[in-house]
Design a protein around this ligand. Structure first.
Ligand code: RP5
Length: 165
C-alpha cells in the first residue's frame, strides 16, 4: 500500500499469518491502508517496545494484534500505547486457542485490550471493528460499512435451506 497505514496488524509469528491475513483482506476490501509485521512479545521484546511507542506518531489509529499460546502481545502492546489495541487469539495446536483467548481477555483493570473470537472470525471482526472506529471520522467509510452490513443481511434473508432427501 502506498498510502500511510492507519491500521497496524502485528502477530507473534509467521505461523499466525494464515489467521491474520483475514484482517488484512478485510481492510483491503474496504480500502483502508494497513501494514503487517511479525512482532513477538517473547522473541523480539525490543521491537515490540519500539513498534508500540512509535505507533501513534506514525499515524496508526489502532493496532490489531494476533498471538497464540501465552499470547502476551496484545496486552503488552496496549500497555505501551494508548491507541486502541484489538486482540485476536490465534488457534494453538495443544489447547485450540483457548489458551490464547484467556491470555488476551483477562487483562487487569486499567489497560483495556479488546478481545475477539479465536481464529478467522476474530481476525475478520477485529478488522471490521477497526473500520468502525475509523468510520466515526470518515463518512465515506461509514457508508461502506453500512452497505456491507446491509448486503450481509440481504444474503442471509435470501438463504434457502436444502430440501429433505
Ligand atoms: C506465539 O507463539 C505466536 O503468536 C504463535 O501463535 C505461537 C507459535 O509460534 P511459532 O512457534 O509457530 O513461531 O508467540
Amino acid at each position: 500500500m502506498s498510502e500511510a497505514p492507519l491500521v497496524g496488524i502485528i502477530m507473534g509469528s509467521t505461523s499466525d499469518w494464515p489467521t491474520m491475513e483475514h484482517a488484512a483482506r478485510t481492510l483491503r476490501d474496504f480500502g483502508v491502508a494497513w501494514e503487517a509485521e511479525v512482532v513477538s512479545a517473547h522473541r523480539t521484546p525490543d521491537k515490540l517496545v519500539s513498534y508500540a511507542t512509535e505507533a501513534r506518531g506514525r499515524g496508526l489509529k489502532c493496532i490489531i494484534a494476533g498471538a497464540g499460546g501465552a499470547a502476551h502481545l496484545p496486552g503488552m502492546t496496549a500497555a505501551i500505547t494508548d491507541i486502541p489495541v484489538l486482540g485476536v487469539p490465534v488457534e494453538s495446536k495443544t489447547l485450540h486457542g483457548v489458551d490464547s483467548l484467556l491470555s488476551i481477555v483477562q487483562m487487569p483493570a486499567g489497560i483495556p485490550t479488546a478481545t475477539f473470537a479465536i481464529g478467522k472470525a476474530g481476525s475478520v471482526n477485529a478488522a471490521l471493528f477497526a473500520i468502525s472506529i475509523l468510520a466515526n471520522e470518515n463518512p465515506e467509510l461509514a457508508k461502506k460499512l453500512a452497505d456491507f452490513r446491509s448486503r450481509q443481511s440481504e444474503t442471509v434473508k435470501a438463504a434457502e435451506l436444502p430440501a429433505l432427501d
